[in-house]
Design a protein around this ligand. Structure first.
Ligand code: NAD
Length: 254
């Protein structure tokens, strides 16, 4: 049987690739034969990951559209034409009522999680469309699908889901697929920080999922890489929750 999840000859950019879900994606894409570029606000972390994986590492702030454009120009000057993009760069917020949530925090969450995702799609997806093909996976969250006291993060992620649909329609005839993955609570640095602050209880998270387990970054990466692969060549414009069944079982807990 043809190996459809072989990424030989593909060039993938993973934003937020220095840690967590992005790092797991970069690892899996390298293991499947892709040329990988890791880009992250944490430039040292990106370089470290790249050295370990045999990839290329770059520092970038995805909230800075000019910096994203400059990254594309630099990669193209090095002969790296991105045809697979994973937008994992993101930040979370603490659950807070609106009168306690600093407006600067609200704007920063939107600037990174939504505008940063858009900037990378606009730069790299447009180039894919001009070249006639490619695939993008944006990372939203179950928090963009269900109400939570995360009044910056949830609307940013809901908009990321909507953006995936509009860009899929925009670029379909150009051979560019755009899909979204919405992780449930996944044990990465971001979630560990919330557990350490006592804002999340891992036992409760397990109990609230249908499968009764905690999700690890590799579980999310497997779904992302499937959507980037030719196995998913007829899949575009979808939002795939990878949540161990939290969406169907979470509301059963009292
Ligand atoms: P993480 O903190 O481990 O990784 C996020 C990475 O993004 C970090 O390396 C960070 O340096 C980078 N980053 C932050 N701001 C950036 C910027 N402006 N420009 C470039 N890079 C930047 O977190 P993670 O859990 O792996 O999160 C990855 C994505 O998954 C995020 O979009 C997050 O919202 C989403 N997500 C995570 C969970 C979870 O439970 N971990 C659940 C749902 C969605």
């Amino acid at each position: 049987m043809q190996q459809l999840q072989d990424f030989a000859g593909r060039t993938a950019l993973v934003t937020g690739g220095a840690s967590g879900i992005g790092l797991a994606c970069a690892e899996l894409l390298r293991a499947r034969g892709a040329t990988v570029v890791v880009a992250d606000l944490d430039a040292d972390g990106a370089q470290r990951a790249a050295r370990r994986l045999g990839a290329t590492g770059h520092g970038v702030d995805v909230a800075d559209r000019q910096a994203v454009a400059a990254l594309r120009a630099a990669l193209e000057a090095d002969g790296l034409r991105i045809d697979r993009l994973v937008n994992c760069a993101g930040i979370v917020q603490d659950p807070l009522p609106p009168d306690a949530l600093p407006h600067d925090t609200w704007r920063r969450v939107l600037a990174i999680d939504l505008e940063g995702t858009y900037a990378c799609c606009a730069e790299f997806g447009s180039a894919m469309a001009r070249r006639g093909g490619g695939a993008i996976v944006n990372i939203a969250s179950v928090a963009g699908m269900r109400s939570m006291p995360l009044h910056a993060y949830s609307p940013a992620k809901a908009a990321v889901i909507s953006l995936g649909e509009s860009l899929a329609a925009e670029w379909g005839r150009s051979g560019v697929r755009v899909n979204t993955v919405s992780p449930g609570y996944t044990v990465t640095a971001a979630l560990q920080g919330q557990i350490d602050k006592g804002l999340r209880d891992p036992e409760k998270l397990k109990a609230n999922s249908a499968l009764g387990v905690l999700i690890r970054p590799e579980h999310i990466a497997a779904a992302i890489v499937f959507l980037l692969s030719d196995d998913a060549q007829m899949v575009t414009g979808v939002n795939l929750p990878v949540d161990a069944g939290w969406l169907v079982a979470g509301s059963w807990s009292t």
